[in-house]
Structures are given as structure tokens and as C-alpha cells.
Design a protein around this ligand. Structure first.
Ligand SMILES: Nc1ncnc2c1ncn2[C@@H]1O[C@H](COP(=O)(O)OP(=O)(O)OP(=O)(O)O)[C@@H](O)[C@H]1O
Length: 246
């Protein structure tokens, strides 16, 4: 049974840049422990969510409200700082350009790595099929990802992430850098994946898109759930993902 359960989940990012260069304040801070002194950002704050098969959940909220972080928690990219995350089913996270690749590795090795992480065997034929979808030149397979343009990198990540069906599909801001031709191709592949997935969670600033596609919308504010809206009548799940593009 596919399901997602978050129980009182918090995620704190350490604030490495917030180092205090004043020796006096640092020494006194150790002794006094000023209450206002923070060395973390609480990006997700005491969030509880349950999702069963059939759920189409939208995550809304202003910049920095914790949408991407919440998706990353569900994807297992970050462990929660506190609380419990239980996910049953295989997850395909489409979380953007910096998701789990090593830019110094050549494209082919990154594809193999991403497949292994998601429990798939990176056979020659699987890698070739993924590469064919990217429509990039064959020689680029042996080029480090660092030398790819954003759009080329997105093609490789998208083709790899969507090569197999998912129980749970997580969509963040996506497809913003690919050209029109690839976007159309990608959208068709994505729609197919969405229709097969048991649970879809989509983070977006596009309220009409969320209302059209989701069964409920969770509004986040400073990492907390400010409200949850049931979308009535039940959405048709006709994803119009192209409207998400900038
Ligand atoms: N890698 C990181 N290190 C430190 N803080 C981070 C990191 N990523 C995000 N944050 C902080 O966590 C908070 C939530 O960020 P997050 O990216 O989850 O928000 P968001 O709702 O997805 O924003 P947006 O709508 O702009 O994409 C913000 O305060 C942000 O500054």
C-alpha cells in the first residue's frame, strides 16, 4: 500500500554563514546564551501530513515558506531534525537541477548513479534509452555534467528520473530551463507518469494550476501548515504543467 505519513516533522538548516567574528560576543555568548541567538533556520516546523493512494496534494506558500524542503524530506534527501517521516512506495523526485548529481562525473556515470540510487540496474540498453530521450549528441555521454548548459542538464536529469513509473511523484518548480521542443516531449512523459502514480505532490506558486490538479492544497507559512484546503469538486487531474514555466 502506497502512503506518506509525516508526524510533527521539523527540519533545521544549520546557518554556516552566521558565524560571529566578534571574539567578545562569542565568548560571552557561550556563557550567557542569548535567547535571540540562532544558528539554524527552521525551514519545516511541526508538520503533520497523511496521504494515501489517490491523493493529489498541492503545496503553496510564499518564497521561503518551506515547500521545497518539505518535498526533500519526503524524498529522503534530508532526514528530519525531529518527528517521523514514513514513506511506503517508490518515490520519483523531480526536484530541480541540483538534485543528487555529481557535476564532475560524466553524464553516463551520473545516469548510472541515479538509477542505482532509485534501485534500478543501469544496463546499457536502459542508459541508451534514457540518452535517446535527451536528444543530445552521443559524445556528450562522456562529458562531465559541469560542462552542460542548464537546459542540457535538465534534459539528462528529467530523462533519468522519469524513465520508470513511480508510486509517488514529487514535483518542484520544474522544466523552467528547457526549450519549447523538449518541454512538449517532457510534458507528455510527465502526464503519463502522473496518471500512473498513486500519490502526486506538487509545489507551485500557480494557484489555478493547483486548484485544477489537486485534491487538496496545503498552504505553508514559515515552515508551518497555515491551512489545508480541500479542492471541490474533485479535480480532474488534467495537469497543465506548461503553465508552471516562467
Ligand atoms: N540549503 C539550505 N541551507 C540553509 N537554509 C536553507 C537551505 N535551503 C533552504 N533554506 C531556507 O529554508 C527556508 C525554506 O526554504 P524552501 O526552499 O524550502 O522554501 P520554498 O517555499 O520552496 O521557497 P520558494 O517558493 O522560493 O521556492 C528558507 O528560509 C530558506 O532560506
Amino acid at each position: 500500500m502506497v502512503s506518506i505519513s509525516l508526524r510533527n516533522v521539523c527540519l533545521d538548516y544549520p546557518l554556516y554563514g552566521a558565524y560571529d567574528f566578534s571574539l567578545k560576543r562569542r565568548l560571552l555568548g557561550q556563557l550567557i546564551r542569548e535567547p535571540g541567538e540562532m544558528r539554524i533556520i527552521r525551514a519545516v516546523d511541526n508538520v503533520t501530513i497523511d496521504a494515501e493512494a489517490g491523493a493529489r496534494i498541492g503545496l503553496a506558500g510564499p518564497n521561503g515558506s518551506g515547500k521545497s524542503t518539505l518535498l526533500r524530506l519526503i524524498a529522503g534527501v534530508y532526514p528530519p531534525s525531529s518527528g517521523r517521516v514514513t514513506v511506503r512506495g517508490n518515490v520519483v523526485p523531480l526536484l530541480g537541477l541540483n538534485a543528487g548529481v555529481n557535476l564532475d562525473f560524466v553524464a553516463e556515470d551520473n545516469i548510472a548513479l541515479l538509477l542505482r540510487i532509485s534501485g534500478r540496474k543501469p544496463t546499457r540498453s536502459v542508459i541508451d534509452a534514457i540518452w535517446a530521450f535527451t536528444e543530445l549528441e552521443t559524445r556528450m555521454q562522456r562529458v562531465p555534467l559541469r560542462m552542460f548548459s542548464s537546459g542540457m542538464l535538465m534534459r539528462v536529469l528529467f530523462a533519468t528520473a522519469t524513465a520508470f513509473p513511480a508510486d509517488i511523484l514529487l514535483l518542484d518548480e520544474w522544466l523552467s530551463v528547457v526549450d519549447e521542443h523538449f518541454a512538449e516531449k517532457a510534458e507528455m512523459r510527465l502526464l503519463n507518469l502522473v496518471s500512473q502514480a498513486a500519490i502526486v505532490i506538487i509545489a507551485s506558486h500557480d494557484q489555478p494550476l493547483l486548484r485544477r490538479t489537486c485534491t487538496s492544497i496545503i498552504n505553508l507559512d514559515h515552515g508551518r501548515i497555515a491551512s489545508t484546503i480541500a479542492v471541490e469538486p474533485p479535480a480532474t487531474h488534467a495537469f497543465g504543467l506548461r503553465e508552471k514555466r516562467a
